[in-house]
Design a protein around this ligand. Structure first.
Ligand code: CS2
Length: 496
C-alpha cells in the first residue's frame, strides 16, 4: 500500500494531537491483557476490539487484547510501530466518524513465534480467547463438521514441531495450560460457522483425539474450557489505499492499520465464560443462553443474501455489493428469497420479523459509502454455502416446501465456479476446494445438468438429503440453464 513518506504516524505520542472525538476511550498501553484474539483482520479490529474497548472504559477489568496474526507480518510490524493503535471509521451516506481504538495490549505474529502464542494460551492472566480466522481455518468439512486435517495440521498434531495452524496452536496451548494448571478459559468462535461454539468444541476434541492426547488433558478440556456460541455482525470490507487516505485526513496522522465499517454492529454471545469476561453487555452486546436462533437468522437472512448478491453481481460484472443492488430486479428477487424461502426455513429469535430484518439487511448492503467487493464475498463458497443456503434448503425440503430462490443461489455459485461472467470475463475461484471443484466440473458432461450433478456430489459440502433431492436438482438445473442462456439481467427479469 502507498505510504506517504515523512508523514507523521499514529502512535502513543500522537494521541494527544488527535481531534478530541477521535481519541481512544481507554488510556492505550495501560490495560493489562486478559484476552487473546486469533485473527487480526479488519473484522476483528472493527468489531470485538471496539466492544472490548467500550466494555473496559465503562466497567474496567484487565481485559486488554493480545492480537495474534497467524501470518500477516506486515500488519504486525505496522501495529507494533503504531504502539498497537489503529482507527475505525464508520461510514454512511450522510456521515463519517473516525475513532482510534486502544484495546490492543500487544500484537504477535504466530508464524514467527508460535511458542509465544502457546505460552500466552497457558498464561493464567489470559481467560478468554476469541477467534476470527475465517471458516476454512477450522479444517472441518463444512457439511458435517468432521475434521479434515491438511498436512500442516497433521504435522502439528502428530509431531513435536512448533504449531503452524490455528487448530494446532489451540491444541498445543490447551495442553500447556492444563499441564500448568493455569485455570479455566473460554474459547469464543466469532466466525460465521453454523453453531460456531459447538463446531469449535468439536474441532478441539477431534484434534486432541487425533493427537492421541492423554486422558487427563482431554478431561481437563471437557471440564475447564467454555465454548460459547456467538453471532457476530458488521460489514467491514478489506481496507484499501482509499481507506488509509481517508483515515489520514480524519486523524491528521497516518494510520496504516485503519479500517472502515458500516455504522451497524451486533454481537450475541452465549454466557459461558468459566473465568469471567469483559462486560461486553455494557457496550451493547447481548448475552444469552442460546445464540442459535440469532445465528441462523444472521447466517441465512444476511450472509446467504450476501452470497446471492455477490455471485449474481459478479456474474453481471458488478464490482461492489452496493453496485449489484442497483441491477434491475435483483432486490425483488432477494426479497422473495428472504420472504418465501429464508423466513419459513427456521424459527427466528423471539420478536424478530425476518422480512423486516431482511429489509434492513438490503438497506445496509446498499450503503454507498461501503465499497465491499463482490469478489471478496464470493470467496470460499464451499465453506460458506452450507450454513448460508444449503441448510435453508434442507430445512425447507424437510418441511415439504419448495426451495426455488435458494436453488438460484446454488446455480449462481456453480456458474461463478465455472469461471466466466456474462461478458466473457474470467472470474477467480478463490476457495480451499477450488481444485476439487474444478476437477469435478471438468470431468462432468458439459451441460447444466452435468455441472449441477458434479457439484451436488461434493459430499463434504452438500448435505446428503439435499444432494439426493430430485426437485432441488431440477430447480438448480433450470436456473443454471437460464443463467447460461440469458445471463443474469434477463434471468432476474424473467423471475421477479
Ligand atoms: C460476508 C461477511 O465476506 C462475506 O462472506 O458475507 O463477511 C459479512 O460481511 C459479515 O458476516 C457481516 O457481519
Amino acid at each position: 500500500m502507498a505510504v506517504t513518506v515523512g508523514a507523521s504516524r499514529l502512535d502513543l505520542g500522537a494521541v494527544r494531537r488527535l481531534p478530541a472525538g477521535a481519541r481512544p476511550l481507554v488510556r492505550p498501553g495501560t490495560v493489562p491483557a486478559g484476552v487473546v484474539h486469533l485473527g487480526l483482520g479488519a473484522f476483528h479490529r472493527a468489531h470485538q476490539a471496539v466492544y472490548t474497548e467500550q466494555a473496559i472504559a465503562l466497567a474496567g477489568g484487565d481485559w486488554g487484547i493480545v492480537g495474534v496474526a497467524p501470518r500477516n507480518a506486515e500488519l504486525v510490524r505496522t501495529l507494533t510501530a503504531q504502539d498497537n493503535l489503529f482507527s475505525v471509521s464508520t461510514l454512511s451516506a450522510a456521515d463519517r466518524r473516525t475513532q482510534v481504538i486502544g484495546a490492543l495490549a500487544g500484537v504477535r505474529l504466530a508464524a514467527a513465534d508460535p511458542q509465544a502464542v502457546v505460552a500466552l494460551l497457558a498464561d493464567p492472566a489470559i481467560r478468554v480467547v476469541t477467534l476470527t480466522v475465517t471458516e476454512k481455518a477450522y479444517q472441518l468439512d463444512p457439511a458435517a463438521g468432521t475434521l479434515r486435517p491438511d498436512p500442516d495440521l497433521v504435522a502439528d498434531l502428530t509431531t513435536g514441531r512448533a504449531p503452524a495452524t490455528v487448530p494446532g496452536l489451540l491444541v498445543r496451548g490447551l495442553l500447556a495450560r492444563s499441564a500448568a494448571d493455569a485455570g479455566p478459559i473460554a474459547l469464543v468462535s466469532c466466525d460465521n460457522l453454523p453453531a460456531n461454539g459447538r463446531r469449535l468444541r468439536g474441532l478441539v476434541t477431534q484434534s486432541l483425539a487425533y493427537a492421541g492426547a492423554p486422558q487427563p488433558a482431554v478431561d481437563w478440556v471437557a471440564t475447564q474450557v467454555g465454548f460459547p456460541g456467538t453471532m457476530v455482525d458488521r460489514i467491514v470490507p478489506a481496507s484499501t489505499t482509499e481507506t488509509l487516505a481517508a483515515a489520514h485526513r480524519a486523524l491528521g496522522v497516518q494510520d496504516l492499520a485503519a479500517v472502515a465499517a458500516e455504522p451497524y454492529s451486533q454481537w450475541v454471545i452465549e454466557d459461558d465464560f468459566p473465568a469471567g469476561r469483559p462486560a461486553w453487555e455494557r457496550a451493547g452486546a447481548v448475552l444469552c443462553a442460546d445464540a442459535g436462533p440469532w445465528e441462523r437468522l444472521k447466517l441465512r437472512a444476511l450472509n446467504g443474501v450476501h452470497s446471492a448478491t455477490a455471485y449474481l453481481g459478479a456474474l453481471a460484472g458488478c464490482e461492489t455489493i452496493a453496485d449489484a443492488l442497483t441491477l434491475p430486479h435483483l432486490a425483488t428477487v432477494l426479497r422473495r428469497l428472504i420472504a418465501e424461502d429464508v423466513a419459513v426455513s427456521f424459527v427466528p429469535p423471539d420478536g424478530v420479523d425476518v422480512v423486516g430484518y431482511g429489509e434492513q439487511v438490503l438497506e445496509r448492503f446498499g450503503n454507498p459509502a461501503i465499497r465491499h467487493r463482490t469478489l471478496q464475498v464470493a470467496m470460499d463458497g464451499s465453506q460458506k454455502l452450507p450454513q448460508r443456503i444449503l441448510h435453508t434448503i434442507a430445512d425447507l425440503r424437510a418441511a415439504g416446501r419448495p426451495a426455488r430462490w435458494a436453488a438460484l443461489v446454488v446455480a449462481a455459485w456453480i456458474r461463478f465456479a465455472q469461471g466466466t461472467g456474462d461478458d466473457g470475463r474470467s472470474l477467480p475461484l478463490d476457495d480451499p476446494l477450488a481444485e476439487r471443484i474444478r476437477a469435478a466440473l471438468a470431468a462432468a458432461p458439459q451441460t447444466p445438468a452435468g455441472a449441477v450433478d458434479a457439484v451436488l456430489a461434493l459430499d463434504e459440502v452438500v448435505p446428503p438429503e439435499v444432494a439426493a433431492d430430485a426437485e432441488v436438482r431440477a430447480d438448480v438445473v433450470a436456473w443454471l440453464t437460464d443463467l447460461h442462456r440469458h445471463g443474469v439481467p434477463a434471468t432476474l427479469a424473467g423471475a421477479a
